[in-house]
Design a protein around this ligand. Structure first.
Ligand SMILES: [Ca+2]
Ligand SMILES: [Ca+2]
Ligand SMILES: [Ca+2]
Ligand SMILES: [Ca+2]
Length: 442
């Protein structure tokens, strides 16, 4: 059975509307108010009928919550024979505690049920598909989860068993973060994840890379990371090139308000997975610890992700303490600051300071008026007011009182505007300069 990817994706889209996660079984009912196109593509009908007939009449479908495949039904050529196979995530009924995976292939134009696999939770977080060992057959990596318990995700790896045309589970393990990527640059994917263990009340977390070897999942390398985090927020990678390995940047919350970024990569020369920020004395990532929830991002658009490291205090009036943020590129193995910003989280903007400005800047924070006054500290300690940055509602912005201000950012019915003092003007600060320097928080 051949079909274009395009027609599959349309039918997948039609399904998605009704399948936000595991939803009740009335998915075939038309919902005219939601959609004008048909709910599912006609090509799906034979598969859904086969599933109802051979697997379960009352099943409810489960959509993976994240990742590339977010439909309960994924149709894809898994073995490279130019015919599609189908994966269906479902539960026997809405209250069932076990989500399952069913695998179909096509024989003589008919969908044939091949494998029915029990999961390790009542939801599906993500499914990843890749031929990890290059034998022509795709492996399936499924992250199962229990509703509301993100720390108990279980990663299962499934491989086809020859001759039987079935999928079989090779391994399962708890994981927090899980990505499929070519970690060592040999053109085959490995699995990268973070595993948590607890023994006698002591929690340990390790970043781990595993690959497929025969019918086993084997550890390539592992590296300890900060165990004392509340949750992982995001995982990013850059495109690996030449000598530059694939690097994982994992932002994690510590407590409610602090954040760290773990950096993990494969060191080809040492044949080791490395996580350089863990301080072994304190077993914590002090290098990137900050009192805010800024996440790593490519701040200077050079293709390398930068980590927002907490710099010196630029405002401490006894009530508020504001730190300079030093966006740091670690791609050379040594920290290189590529941008320095003062971030106003309350008012939703940041000021990108030049090196010399960052050295001498001080902020006076009139937080009740949503106003920052940016000053320069002279060598003799004198404080010169250069400009003020104000956040006002769009309604107030129309008033005459802001005539001396010019707008730099507008969003959500608010205007961030700036007034430059005479001394600021004399220092060479212009409207154009500040318009290019004051931006939204990434
Ligand atoms: Ca196939
Ligand atoms: Ca394979
Ligand atoms: Ca590889
Ligand atoms: Ca960068």
């Amino acid at each position: 059975m051949k079909r274009s990817l395009f027609s599959v994706s349309i039918s997948v889209l039609c399904f998605l509307v009704l399948l936000s996660s595991c939803k009740s079984s009335d998915f075939i009912k038309p919902v005219d108010t939601l959609l004008s196109p048909p709910l599912y593509h006609e090509e799906y009908e034979s598969l859904v009928d086969a599933f109802r007939e051979k697997v379960s009449k009352n099943a409810v479908f489960c959509s993976p919550r994240s990742g590339e495949y977010t439909s309960a039904i994924t149709i894809k050529d898994l073995d490279g024979d130019n015919e599609n196979e189908a994966l269906i995530f479902y539960k026997d009924e809405i209250e069932s505690s076990v989500a399952k995976l069913h695998y179909f292939n096509v024989v003589d134009g008919e969908w044939v049920s091949r494998s029915d696999l029990n999961g390790y939770g009542n939801e599906v977080e993500k499914v990843m598909i890749s031929d990890m060992d290059g034998d022509g057959n795709s492996e399936l990596i499924v992250i199962w989860r229990v509703s509301g318990v993100s720390s108990s995700n279980i990663m299962s790896v499934y491989r086809t068993s020859y001759g039987l045309d079935k999928y079989k589970e090779l391994s399962n393990e708890t994981c927090s973060v899980c990505e499929l990527a070519d970690i060592d640059g040999d053109s085959r994917d490995e699995i990268f994840y973070i595993n948590q263990t607890s023994s006698s009340g002591v929690v340990q977390r390790v970043a781990r890379a595993v690959r497929l070897s025969g019918n086993s999942v084997v550890i390539m390398g592992e590296a300890k990371v900060d165990p004392n985090i509340s949750s992982y927020v995001s995982v990013k990678t850059e495109k690996a090139s030449g000598d530059s390995p694939l690097r994982f940047y994992i932002d994690a919350l510590k407590g409610e308000t602090q954040m760290i970024t773990e950096l993990v990569y494969w060191d080809a020369a040492k044949a080791q997975l490395c996580a350089p920020f863990l301080d072994l004395n304190t077993m914590s990532n002090i290098e990137t610890l900050r009192d805010n929830s800024l996440v790593s991002t490519d701040i200077n658009n050079d293709g390398i992700i930068d980590i927002p490291v907490q710099g010196r205090v630029i405002c401490d009036d006894g009530v508020n303490r504001i730190y300079l943020t030093e966006w740091t590129d670690y791609s050379s193995g040594e920290p290189v600051t590529v941008a320095e910003t003062a971030v106003n989280f309350t008012d939703g903007y940041m000021i990108n300071l030049s090196d010399s400005e960052a050295e001498t800047a001080r902020i006076v924070d009139y937080s009740s008026q949503n106003c920052w006054v940016v000053c320069k500290i002279g060598k003799d300690g004198t404080q010169t007011e250069l400009y003020s940055v104000l956040n006002v509602s769009a309604e107030r912005w129309a008033d005459d009182e802001f005539e001396a201000y010019f707008p730099v950012l507008e969003s959500d019915g608010n205007v961030v505007c700036v007034y430059i003092t005479d001394k600021g003007t004399n220092s060479g600060i212009t409207q154009e300069y500040l318009k290019s320097r004051i931006t939204k928080i990434p």
